[in-house]
Design a protein around this ligand. Structure first.
Ligand code: NAD
Length: 286
């Protein structure tokens, strides 16, 4: 049978999550997505009204089919973790079973198992502030939603992942090189994610034969990136300075994810794969 993928962090057709879903679908995988609860309504409405119809088109002319959309808030592991004001919030009250543990249980109930787990989500409430001006709250909130969320997702999905399965997250060069503008602790968040990739590759590899890799992606005009505000500058910088002078398409990252999730990458785990037109190789701008 074909493989089944769960992709956390899809709420429109602009981001890396959507592109990864498409590349996996083009390779024959069944697609399940996890959508942030506050974004769920508008995402489902857009899907229903055909707003993303053109974006569903796969290279062979067929259309991507999203088998099921699960509400998800990756900041909460179990229902006991959810504060009262969030539970009663208008945007949350309309959905149920959206903590990580419950989503894993629902996927298990619906489909039994998955083969591929993708983490394509991040949130840093103070991303526009320099680290020196970031509050403890902002820093920890960023780590919670962008780094620990991957640890928790893997922890809860591992029991339903078939041996030989693969998981992938998305990281950014700011983890290892100073990139002004990527603030609020988001650089720290990506450093944690990359380090955790190694530790989790060992633990999930030994215990469950599951591979864990992360893609260090170049700049893309996604919703999240536009919120940071400096993405156009980063795209221009890359065009000027990267070995490959072309704009990076989300599809190129999607295709790299499909490769990492496939048997072609069966000996690759614990790595950071750069999909950035080679910008990471440069020491100085030219
Ligand atoms: P995006 O806006 O498409 O994706 C981010 C998603 O995270 C959104 O769908 C949002 O709803 C979701 N999200 C936020 N908080 C959540 C939570 N608590 N629970 C569940 N979902 C939540 O933007 P993107 O840029 O495609 O981001 C995907 C990944 O790619 C992120 O990890 C990001 O850091 C990484 N990345 C992006 C770029 C870039 O330039 N866009 C570069 C390198 C890495």
């Amino acid at each position: 049978r074909g493989k089944r993928a769960f992709i956390a962090g899809v709420a429109d057709d602009n981001g890396y999550g959507w592109a990864i879903a498409k590349s996996l679908a083009a390779a024959g995988a069944q697609i399940l997505v996890g959508t942030w609860v506050p974004a769920l309504n508008i995402f489902e409405t857009c899907l229903r009204r055909g707003k993303f119809d053109e974006s569903h088109l796969l290279p062979d002319g067929s259309l991507m089919n999203i088998t099921k959309v699960y509400p998800l808030d990756a900041v909460y592991d179990t229902p006991e973790d959810v504060p009262k004001d969030v539970k009663s919030n208008r945007r949350y009250a309309g959905s149920s079973k959206w903590t990580i543990k419950e989503v894993a249980e629902s996927v298990k109930e619906d489909f039994g198992s998955i083969d591929i787990l993708v983490h394509s989500l991040a949130n840093g409430p103070e991303v526009t502030k320099p680290l020196l001006e970031t509050s403890r709250y902002g820093y920890l909130a960023a780590v919670s939603s962008s780094s620990y969320s991957f640890v928790s997702l893997l922890k809860h999905f591992v029991p339903l992942m078939n041996p030989g399965g693969a998981s992938i997250s998305l990281t950014y060069l700011a983890s290892e090189r100073m990139i002004p503008g990527y603030g609020g602790g988001m650089s720290s968040v990506k450093a944690a994610l990359e380090s955790d990739t190694k530790v989790l590759a060992f633990e999930a590899g030994r215990r469950h034969r599951i591979r864990v890799n992360t893609i260090s992606a170049g700049p893309l005009r996604s919703r999240a990136a536009k919120a940071i505000g400096f993405v156009d500058m980063m795209i221009d910088y890359s065009l000027m300075n990267a070995p490959l002078q072309k704009e990076l398409s989300a599809e190129e990252v999607g295709n790299a994810a499909a490769f990492l999730a496939s048997p072609l990458a069966s000996a690759i785990t614990g790595t950071v794969l750069y999909v950035d037109n080679g910008l990471n190789a440069m020491g100085i701008g030219v």
